[in-house]
Design a binder for this molecule. Structure first.
Ligand SMILES: [Fe+2]
Length: 296
């Protein structure tokens, strides 16, 4: 374990090079020993229980169900890996919930498409992005509208919390690169991606949950028994999608990271309500509702 240097500001000790928003707890500084501060800090980091969600895509029913599920588990922080909007019927409501509830949020390619001119999308996705932008622009509450645009405009592409990396797409191209299960057969790509990861990378984008192992295997949540113990091994974790799963299971998916393991959760929600909303909005293809029902 490397040495951690701390400095004192007011009554609190803060780690140099650590998370600047996270002071060391008072219980760590009962002695002047840097060694005991270091041990306690390491414990503080490892015990942080995080929920990691991604690809909400304007599906408010799914997001509410996932947030309720998270609330039952004494989670300390929620991270969102992007694509809050796009495809789904409630972009504003989803943005408000993420702004209020997530400690970290990253830029997804659909969020970027709503902010700028969408590039590289199929026609259905592009129509959905233009409709999404209209909802954001025509919101009645100016203060809320400004808050949403400011939030979208400030989203980072990557978040580092050593040894973890958080992105929407991949460690090489944080917003746009897909890492599909079949990429395990592309050794050059996997070598490059793993070379950029300190130990673990959490990502979304494909809507297909699972673990890429350092021996270039892919383990689905079912195959892992919904729990993966990584110990000191490297891995890439696709956390799946809250609002539009594509692995054949239409339940929302998210991950909890704690200590030396991560846990996949699948959450049922009233998808018919979301699907009916999509069918009633001409700019959103019926296909977008169909795939929410089918989960692929
Ligand atoms: Fe997505």
């Amino acid at each position: 374990m490397g040495m951690i240097f701390c400095f004192r500001q007011g009554r609190r000790w803060w780690p140099l090079g650590g998370n600047p928003s996270r002071p060391l707890p008072e219980s760590c500084i009962s002695t002047d020993s840097l060694w005991s501060v270091r041990s306690c800090f390491a414990k503080t980091i490892s015990l942080l229980k995080r929920a990691i969600i991604s690809d909400i895509h304007g599906n408010y029913e799914a997001l509410q169900a996932v947030l309720a599920h998270i609330r039952e588990q004494s989670i300390e922080e929620i991270y969102c890996l992007g694509d809050i909007v796009g495809y789904g019927p409630n972009p504003c409501e989803c943005l408000d919930a993420v702004i209020d509830g997530c400690a970290v949020c990253l830029l997804g390619n659909h969020d970027q498409g709503a902010l700028f001119d969408p590039e590289g999308f199929n026609s259905g996705a592009e129509r959905a992005i233009f409709w999404t932008r209209e909802q954001l622009e025509n919101a009645r509450d100016d203060a809320k509208s400004d808050r949403r645009w400011d939030f979208l405009g400030a989203l980072p592409r990557i978040h580092r919390d050593d040894p973890w990396l958080f992105v929407h797409g991949s460690p090489r191209n944080p917003v746009n690169e897909y890492v599909f299960p079949e990429d395990i057969y592309n050794q050059k790509k996997m070598e490059k991606l793993f070379s950029l990861v300190p130990q673990g990378c959490f990502q979304g984008h494909t809507h297909v949950p699972g673990i890429f192992t350092e021996s270039y295997g892919f383990v689905t949540p079912e195959e892992a028994g919904y729990k993966y113990e990584f110990a000191d091994r490297k891995f890439l974790c696709n956390v799946g999608s809250v609002g539009q799963p594509r692995d054949g299971d239409n339940r929302s998916c998210y991950v909890v990271l704690q200590d030396d393991h991560l846990t996949y959760h699948r959450v049922e929600y009233d998808f018919n309500k979301t699907v009916e909303k999509i069918y009633k909005i001409p700019e959103l293809d019926d296909f977008l509702g169909d795939r929410i029902k089918q989960g692929h």
